[in-house]
Design a protein. Structure first.
Length: 234
């Protein structure tokens, strides 16, 4: 905001010199003039009065929040299907190939967002993260496992508009013979019928101790399963 400064210019009253007239042939002497009659506009002193202090500048008004530098998408008011579709369609620009990887994804340490600015939501998007304990026992007739689900908790999260690890999305660790299944979704809480019918164990030669899970419900965005470290002894 440009501020106007008012400069006070002092008025100076200068004494008037009167030249006395000549008498005879001699040069008249210079005499001081008689005292001038005071007037409302005259100053009482020949010295200038001090300039008045400048008025304090007004405090700057609050600036409006700057608009996003790139187009964004308003998600407020979207129903569950539309919101899930929008989040699934977001493409990431920071992840390795393939270049069309989802921008919103899960790994074993939580939920991450990394997307192109042109697709960024205008505000934080509400999502949910459900954690389930997966109790595992070996099947007697095969090398696989039987497992049962038990809910641990459901966490409400705010995704975006900035990138990075979503706060509060770190899953609880496995314990004993119980692994952890974490499912990211929108809308109502998950029903038991929406939980996956099959879980994959990490491959023997894999450097990862967790796997991605395919969940058929349309409103599910991503899911991760982390088995217990001692699953082979269960």
């Amino acid at each position: 905001m440009r501020r106007l400064r008012v400069f006070a210019v002092p008025f100076l009253t200068l004494p008037v010199l009167v030249l006395a007239g000549c008498s005879g042939s001699g040069l008249g002497s210079l005499k001081p003039p008689p005292p001038a009659a005071s007037s409302p506009s005259a100053s009482a002193s020949a010295s200038p009065s001090p300039s008045p202090s400048p008025s304090p500048s007004p405090s700057p008004s609050a600036l409006p929040t700057p608009a996003p530098t790139a187009p964004c998408t308003v998600t407020t008011g979207l129903d569950t299907k539309a919101l899930a579709g929008y989040l699934k369609a977001l493409r990431g620009s920071e992840r390795p190939a393939p270049s069309d990887s989802p921008a919103l994804f899960m790994v074993d340490n939580g939920v991450w967002l990394g997307l192109r600015d042109a697709q960024r939501p205008c505000e934080a998007v509400p999502v949910k993260l459900g954690h389930f304990r997966v109790d595992m026992t070996r099947k007697s007739d095969s090398a696989g496992y039987k497992y049962t689900y038990a809910p641990i908790d459901t966490v409400s999260l705010a995704v975006g508009p900035g990138d990075g690890l979503v706060r509060g999305s770190v899953p609880p660790p496995p314990s004993g013979c119980g692994g952890t299944l974490s499912i990211l979704y929108v809308g109502q809480d998950l029903a038991e019928s929406e939980l996956p019918e099959h879980l994959n164990m990490p491959a023997a030669d894999s450097t990862l101790d967790w796997t991605l899970v395919d969940v058929s419900a349309e409103r599910v965005l991503d899911a991760v399963f982390k088995p217990p470290p001692g699953a082979k002894n269960c």
